[in-house]
Design a protein around this ligand. Structure first.
Ligand SMILES: [Zn+2]
Ligand SMILES: [Zn+2]
Length: 279
């Protein structure tokens, strides 16, 4: 069966760290995680921030469904992109089949990095001893994977310690997930432009207001809603989705950012937990 209409759901849209504050509930305080379920029980999950915990619970509660194959793609290993993994219930289910994709970084494989993070004394359980079946893949710079009828491709972006952007293509539909990227490195920006070109959705790092970025945060590896709009317009993107919200930005501030961004590019959305995008 082809051309089914899949929904990519946002489970966490916050950057840097979880923010369970009363004035962060509209867009949510959980860190980066987006996921889509494909036909045949395959799941493509991008990043394992704290939003992954609720996804894992939702999967564990579906007693009726056959155990699927969970493909976890990790953009990079900063805490806000892996901190949901220790509490991801499918790890503890012997029927789970999990593949974790991440780039070798600082001379260590994805497996070495995650097994040295999820173990005592940081967490009471060792990732190396969980009962689910896990295998690991190193994500080369321009890797491409066929998962069900979706293709997942990767592209390195500009971030301290490295980071991968991912593009999902399903028939003629496409979504690019490009977070933890700082604009301004011309060769990387050019490659990202080609990677993003014509996508139906661009989920993009909009951590900073332009003034915050220019005054204080150059070189920290993040971007602005304004750079997001410029890329979306130039690359002919269908809809821009502002993502990786700054931990101090309240719901009111994010709503104001959305309004300003829409003045520049009307087809702009802002990521919130529960938002679904057609793939
Ligand atoms: Zn991040
Ligand atoms: Zn990061």
């Amino acid at each position: 069966m082809t051309s089914s209409r899949y929904k990519l759901r946002i489970w966490g849209a916050r950057g840097t760290g979880p923010t369970p504050a009363a004035d962060h509930l509209v867009y949510g305080g959980n860190t980066s995680c987006v996921a889509v379920e494909l036909d045949g029980g395959e799941h493509v999950i991008l990043d394992c921030g704290s939003g992954l915990v609720a996804l894992g619970t939702a999967l564990a509660e579906r007693k009726d469904a056959a155990p699927g194959h969970l493909h976890l793609f990790i953009s990079h290993y900063h805490f806000d992109h892996i901190e949901g993994l220790p509490r991801f219930l499918p790890l503890y289910d012997p029927n789970s089949k999990i593949t974790i994709y991440g780039a070798d970084t600082n001379g260590r494989s994805v497996r070495e990095i995650l097994e040295s993070y999820i173990c005592p004394p940081y967490f009471p359980v060792s990732l190396a001893s969980v009962p689910s079946r896990i295998d690991y893949r190193n994500v080369e710079a321009s890797a491409s994977y066929a998962i069900g009828d979706v293709t997942v491709r990767s592209l390195p972006v500009n971030h301290p310690d490295g980071c991968r952007s991912f593009r999902l293509d399903h028939g003629k539909r496409s979504i690019v997930y490009a977070t933890d990227h700082e604009h301004g490195d011309e060769p990387i920006d050019r490659e990202l432009f080609d990677f993003v070109r014509g996508a139906d959705y661009l989920i993009y790092d909009a951590t900073y207001q332009p003034a915050e970025y220019h005054e204080l945060r150059r070189g920290w590896g993040h971007s602005t809603w304004y750079a997001a709009v410029q890329l979306a317009v130039a690359a002919g993107v269908g809809t821009l989705v502002l993502f990786h919200h700054h931990p101090e930005h309240t719901d009111d501030e994010l709503t104001a950012v959305l309004e300003v961004a829409r003045n520049e590019f009307p087809s702009t959305e802002i990521a919130r937990e529960g938002l679904e995008l057609d793939l």
